[in-house]
Write a protein that binds this ligand. Structure first.
Ligand code: AMP
Length: 278
């Protein structure tokens, strides 16, 4: 496994075998089984696998948790070596964003609702860094988690609009035994908050169950989620959404598919989760 922060070296390794297929897994590190599920899928489907570890400053607002974001590069590299990853790209901030950096990628409508309302600059940072990683590594396929549902919609849109020659593969959300979606940010939770955090999964499950029993009112499905979250004293709801899975617009009436999604604060820690019904 080669670990480098150097773009020229990445390109040399990437093109050493010009006919080889590369799978790319972009991450911000502090790896867990969710990340590793993407790595394993990439390994299965490609001759070579690259993982990037980069806590991308441009996707954090000044008020957010960039400086406290959990990091443990040594442990991450040990986990990736055990998976027999070929290449780990760990660029410094100044490599990705040199002082004269001045180009950004802005995806339109699908960036605006949900996370975009609470974090208005977030997806511009995500789209820009992923565009850069695609250009640096030029993967055949790129692997993302359904955990970040809107991110997958925004990045698919970017790939279509800008004609990136990359196949986007979306992998299912990996959960703890009690349903909590794995996330690097779970490390911030106190034991009491960790217990309370199962309310996201409980709220999503309640909405899915109501849907399975015939409930089709978007308003009532959103209310089922928000009232479930309200039963948990340590939780503060940011949003509860029942939206079209492609446009991310809120649905008044569910006709075909629906994306249930939630953002919930526990103290300063903000967790997101979702379930999609096709
Ligand atoms: P992050 O390091 O949080 O930026 O995540 C890197 C990638 O891993 C993204 O594509 C995430 O959607 C994905 N990911 C994070 N958590 C999970 C999870 N619990 N299950 C599946 N994929 C995940």
């Amino acid at each position: 496994m080669i670990v480098t922060g150097d773009i020229v070296e990445v390109r040399q390794i990437r093109w050493a075998d010009p006919t080889g297929h590369w799978g790319l897994v972009p991450t911000m590190g502090y790896l867990h089984e969710g990340h590793l599920s993407l790595v394993r899928r990439a390994k299965e489907e490609n001759g070579y696998t690259a993982v990037t570890i980069f806590v991308n400053p441009t996707q954090f607002a000044p008020t957010e948790d960039l400086s406290s974001y959990p990091r443990n590069l040594e442990r991450d590299l040990a986990l990736l070596a055990a998976e027999e990853v070929d290449l780990v790209f760990t660029p410094a901030d100044a490599i990705m964003y040199p002082p004269d950096f001045q180009t950004t990628v802005t995806v339109g409508q699908v960036s605006k609702p949900l996370e975009g309302t609470s974090r208005p600059t977030h997806f511009q940072g995500v789209a820009t860094v992923v565009a850069k990683l695609f250009n640096i590594i030029q993967p055949t396929r790129a692997y993302f988690g359904q955990k970040d549902a809107q991110q997958t919609v925004v990045l698919r849109q970017m790939v279509r609009d800008l004609n990136f020659n990359v196949e986007m593969i979306i992998c299912p959300t990996v959960r703890e035994a009690d349903g909590l979606a794995m996330s690097s940010r779970n490390a911030y939770l106190t034991p009491e908050q960790r217990q309370a955090a199962t309310v996201l999964y409980r709220a999503l499950t309640a909405a899915s169950n109501a849907y399975a029993q015939g409930e089709r009112s978007g308003g009532r499905l959103r209310q089922i989620m928000s009232t479930t979250v309200a039963t948990e004293p340590l939780a503060r709801l940011d949003y509860a959404s029942a939206a079209d899975p492609l446009t991310l617009q809120e649905l008044e009436q569910v006709e075909s598919g629906v994306l249930f999604s939630l953002a919930v604060f526990f103290g300063k820690t903000r967790l997101i989760d979702n379930m999609v019904i096709a």
